[in-house]
Design a protein around this ligand. Structure first.
Ligand code: CA
Length: 228
């Protein structure tokens, strides 16, 4: 049974989510405090974390960073306030994989969680687990990106996104396709900047100058193209 950790201090949201997730057959644990969330994750782990940004003790970014320090792979979905684009960027930079905006529908969050587990379950062992992008080496098994003797841990979605772009190298891949393939989000129904925010983060690791990228190019009005 997949275990989901909810870190959120609003009892109504926790109750609603717990009921819906348990109904779907997930094992749910929750806490209203960030520090507890980190401790629960460290001691017992979980298959997915739903994390609110506004918590009474530690904010969600700090919780995210602390979890990422010992677990770079567990999918983390953050709950953000409406219209706070900077929150989303900051959250993704702290290592979150996805976000939903409050007030959100439980159905939407559920769809997102199911998409994550579908994606995780579909992961076939790829023969070419290591590939090169310019001077950088991506290790899909160890989940690291190494460039100029520096190494960064990659999250699950970062590896998947790089893999998709690499498989289609030299060809433009649309933002909508990336959203649908990697995040399981129907791009027609939602405005979602997740892909762009992830690209910004990946460029920081991959490129000498993130403003003049040589490896992940923007295809205006469409998406991105990887040039290894
Ligand atoms: Ca809160």
């Amino acid at each position: 049974m997949k275990k989901i950790l909810i870190v959120e201090d609003e009892p109504d949201i926790v109750r609603g989510l717990t009921d819906a997730l348990e109904f779907e057959g997930f094992d749910v644990v929750s806490t209203g405090f960030g520090k507890d969330g980190v401790r629960m994750m460290r001691e017992r782990g979980a298959d997915c974390v739903i994390l609110d940004l506004m918590l009474p003790d530690l904010n969600g970014y700090a919780v995210c960073e602390e979890i990422r320090a010992f677990d770079s792979l567990v999918p983390i979905i953050i709950l953000t306030a409406r219209g706070q684009e900077t929150d989303k960027v900051r959250g993704l930079e702290a290592g979150a994989d996805d976000y939903v905006t409050k007030p959100f529908s439980v159905a939407e969050l559920l769809a997102r969680i199911k998409a994550i587990f579908r994606r995780l379950g579909r992961r076939a062992p790829v023969e070419e687990e290591t590939f090169e992008i310019g001077p950088a080496v991506v290790d899909g098994k160890k989940h690291t990106l190494t460039r100029a003797r520096k190494s960064w841990p990659l999250t699950f979605y970062e590896v998947e996104l790089l893999k998709l772009l690499y498989e289609r190298k030299e060809q433009p891949v649309s933002r909508d396709e990336i959203l649908e393939k990697i995040w399981g989000i129907d791009a027609r129904t939602t405005h979602n900047r997740t892909v762009d925010n992830f690209i910004v983060k990946l460029r920081k690791m991959l490129e000498d100058d993130g403003k003049e990228p040589k490896h992940i190019l923007t295809v205006y009005g469409h998406g991105y193209k990887l040039v290894p």
